[in-house]
Design a protein around this ligand. Structure first.
Ligand code: NI
Length: 174
């Protein structure tokens, strides 16, 4: 059984490069757990290293309430194994991000708006698609975890790192 306990910044596993997955059978239970846990908790996604598992697997979704707020498509929970993300074009956008591994904080991060995603799903089917806007941001955030990168590393202005309970003081410049 896996624990839903999330590693916090400071734990070395969050800063390590996760291992490529070669045997999908070995991660079957972990993938089922990760797919389920993001719907049981108010999480948009989780990466295996955050659960103490140093393998290249992420789980994410776009539930209806988030999709409606963002004007984007609803995305059911999914698993991505060994994902590779490549930016498309040069358009970038700054927006707020938060992370389970940095509880109570949020910060503004500039990321490419359009990306190309290649991965495999939990049964080994290839994934090859383009994504954009908020969904592309979630994908990039989760996949960064597999390389030991946290959103704060991507921030260019640390004055925009805030506690969530101070958010009401900020007018979203986006
Ligand atoms: Ni995160």
């Amino acid at each position: 059984m896996f624990s839903p306990e999330i590693l916090k910044i400071g734990h070395p596993l969050l800063r390590a490069c996760a291992q490529e997955i070669r045997n999908f059978e070995e991660v079957r239970e972990l993938s089922a757990f990760m797919k389920e846990i993001i719907t049981r908790q108010p999480w948009s996604g989780v990466a295996a290293p955050q659960l103490g598992q140093g393998v290249r697997m992420v789980s994410l979704h776009m539930p209806p309430e988030v999709a409606a707020r963002r004007g984007e498509e609803v995305r059911p929970p999914r698993i991505l194994i060994n994902p590779v993300i490549t930016p498309i074009g040069s358009e970038t956008r700054e927006d707020w991000e938060a992370c389970l591994s940095l509880p109570d904080l949020m910060g503004r991060v500039v990321r490419p708006v359009h990306i190309h995603l290649r991965a495999v799903d939990e049964v080994g089917n290839p994934v090859d698609e383009v994504a954009q806007d908020h969904y592309a941001r979630i994908l990039q955030h989760e996949c960064d975890h597999l390389d030991g990168i946290l959103y704060v590393d991507r921030m260019t202005d640390m004055k925009k790192l805030i506690y969530k309970d101070q958010f009401h003081l900020w007018q979203d410049p986006a």
